[in-house]
Design a protein around this ligand. Structure first.
Ligand SMILES: [Zn+2]
Length: 433
């Protein structure tokens, strides 16, 4: 039933200020396109289900490719299924400017995370076509494959493949929830392992990547601004920790003769909460999962395994926080006569955005009467991976209540279109030099 009533476009247009459609940028077209994509993989509660390498992701890419073709972009696809729509510049020998995002989603996700970045990048070409404008540098609209990584618990697959950040051995061993190997999934998606592992895009051909994305947080809502400048993209560091004490009978072991691993781990977790602000305003640390063993109601916990997820937009402060956390774990374990083992399992380099680009974006926001606010991105994006190799920048669009990865995800069309006006001015300046 829901499918019959579904009309994302009409809902977006309900509160749209038509005066924002100007200079070749068209809010109605954007709403219609978001709606067309939303119909692919639409769930019964109005969410989006287009996991990476699925038929739905492919259909969404094909739909956008049709629009790219209509906008006279030259389409190129690499071995990971990343799609590039290229507009040749007046000086095609200069490295190009790229903008885009992804069209895959988490299971039952929202309709803005990903597609908005791709369609914003395409809207710039529509505006240029209308005015007969050709940029100095070439410009490419990009759709990265499998950003969310829901199928293999990984993610950022397309951007990692393009930049050579895929470890072949690790990728080959990945299995999806139905125990299908990565190679078989590639095959079903019309891709081949040999082509996937042989992408060698010359990164010297690219001068800059800019991504528009919904904020997935509440800061812009608090600031009352439609658009924000991303100050940096946090890279996670994971510490796998194990507190080992001694299991025993909950009734027969006196309180002064216990080595309770959960008491130590519990105290440690509550102490972590106060540590991030000691290194920076943007650092965060989280323990989201515990494995307690033997895990019985009348047994003193003998062992607790946990993972501490630590993030910041600067590598130095993030590592400083990791050291503080390790020290705290050691001290707490010692106080309770429990032993501690730990190892670092994930370490992704964060990407601070260069001041030069932040300064420029501030100016462009002010030109559009938006107060420039800097927002750190705690979540990873394709721009994080590309940013390990090339200059990148990101614009965030205000998210209603900060809700994301959920059918309730919402950004107003006004906020989306105001962001695209800023993006256009910024991309014009990037393609000029
Ligand atoms: Zn995303």
């Amino acid at each position: 039933m829901r499918q019959l009533e579904w009309n994302l476009s009409a809902n977006l247009l309900k509160e749209y200020d038509e005066k924002l459609s100007r200079d070749g940028i068209d809010g109605e077209r954007l709403a219609a396109r978001l709606h067309e994509i939303s119909k692919i993989g639409l769930t019964s509660d109005g969410g989006s289900h287009r996991t990476g390498f699925s038929n739905e992701e492919k259909r969404a890419k094909d739909l956008v490719k049709g629009w790219m073709k209509k906008a006279r972009l030259e389409i190129y696809e690499d071995g990971a299924g990343n799609v590039f729509g290229r507009l040749e510049g007046k000086n095609p020998k200069l490295p190009s400017v790229l903008s885009g995002s992804h069209v895959d989603s988490v299971p039952n996700g929202g309709h803005f995370d990903g597609p908005l970045g791709v369609l914003s990048a395409l809207e710039i070409v529509e505006a240029w076509n209308k005015e007969g404008f050709q940029p100095e540098r070439s410009y490419e609209v990009v759709i990265f494959t499998d950003e969310e990584g829901s199928r293999f618990n990984s993610g950022l697959t397309g951007s990692r493949a393009m930049t050579g950040e895929i470890e072949k051995d690790v990728q080959y061993t990945l299995m999806d929830q139905k125990n299908k190997p990565f190679e078989k999934v590639l095959d079903e998606a019309g891709l081949s392992a040999s082509a996937f592992f042989e992408i060698n895009r010359d990164l010297n051909e690219i001068s800059h990547f800019v991504e528009v994305h919904i904020e997935q947080g509440k800061l812009l809502e608090q600031y009352g601004q439609p658009t924000g400048i991303v100050s940096g993209i946090a890279g996670p560091l994971w510490l796998d920790m194990s507190f080992e004490g001694e299991a025993g009978h909950a009734g027969n072991t006196p309180m002064n003769d216990r080595r309770d691993a959960l008491v130590a781990a519990g105290e440690f977790i509550s102490k972590i909460h106060a540590l991030p602000k000691r290194v920076s305003d943007t650092a965060v640390a989280t323990v989201g999962k515990l494995n307690v063993s033997p895990n019985g109601p009348n047994v003193i916990p003998g062992e607790v395994k946990l993972i501490v997820d630590i993030r910041d937009i600067s590598e130095d402060t993030r590592d400083e926080l990791a050291d503080l956390i390790i020290k705290e774990a050691g001290n707490t374990a010692e106080n309770y006569g429990v032993s501690l083992n730990y190892k670092q399992t994930i370490r992704v380099t964060p990407v601070p955005i260069q001041d030069e680009y932040i300064d420029r974006l501030e100016k462009h926001l002010q030109n559009h009467s938006i107060e420039p606010k800097l927002i750190p991105s705690g979540a990873g994006h394709d721009a994080l991976i590309v940013g390990h190799h090339l200059p990148v920048s990101m614009l965030f669009v205000r998210s209603q209540k900060g809700i994301s990865h959920n059918p309730e995800e919402w950004s107003t069309l006004n906020d989306c279109v105001r962001t695209i006006h800023v993006l256009r001015e910024y991309i014009e300046s990037l393609t000029k030099e």
